[in-house]
Design a protein around this ligand. Sequence first.
Ligand SMILES: C[S@@+](CC[C@H](N)C(=O)[O-])C[C@H]1O[C@@H](n2cnc3c(N)ncnc32)[C@H](O)[C@@H]1O
Length: 265
Amino acid sequence: MKNQDYFEINKQTWNNKVPVHLASDFYNQKEFLKGKNSLPEVDQEILGDITNKSILHLQCHFGQDSISMARMGAKVTGIDLSDKAIDEAKKINSALNLDTKFICCNVYDTLEHINEQFDIVYTSYGTIGWLPDLDKWANVISKSLKTGGKLIFIEFHPVLWMFDDDFKEIKYHYHNEKPIIEEYTGTYANKEADIKTDYIGWNHSLSEVFSSLINQGLQIQHFKEYDYSPYNCFNETIEFEKGKFRIKHMDNKIPMLFSLIATKK
Ligand SMILES: C[S@@+](CC[C@H](N)C(=O)[O-])C[C@H]1O[C@@H](n2cnc3c(N)ncnc32)[C@H](O)[C@@H]1O
């Protein structure tokens, strides 16, 4: 199969997840509509004051985080592969009377759909694992940024993706060896949901992330690893502090998250 076939399967998968996610406690759409900021604290801290900043949000799902950044005063454009997610994002944006833009496209085709450069490219939590090639990803980021603009990237740590779903054994390569083709029941936002999806993912090492960005002339100015996730989206978790989750039997022995800022010179 070609990457294009994989993207079609993943698009279907994400389309199927949208109604389940919209109805989930995880995404808590009711509170979001009332004004709750969906961005985790760590993201809000790293983003800082984004008033009047132009932001390109890659892989925005149905737009909660994009709209949260718009509510914080930014001018946001969100893109996502899933047409169902983008349709919902547009509906939510209109209902809230905001001016967030949403575009349905593959990350790799972003430059065909936008004709401006941004102060910030933001992408977070469950993104690069859907992409086969980080050089192409970093190229899109670099070309979408103004000189002096910043990539703000917050992502689950690649060590997590080496394990099976219950974190009992190492099942996958740390490095990007080949596409990982799996079937999954339920979703991270509702594990009991009656939904079966096929997906194709790729594991990316930290060195692959760094070199893809460095090769595009981006300068890494911040990198941090964390021993917790702000989302309760994995199996076998424990909330050891309010809003901070770890894998129960791993305690704080493994990294769960990283944040990275890279500047276009
Ligand atoms: C885990 S979600 C993004 C997470 C976001 N933090 C959230 O929870 O709302 C991953 C998103 O990536 C999108 N996606 C997957 N492959 C993509 C691709 N090749 N191009 C653009 N979007 C893609 C999916 O449609 C999905 O909305």
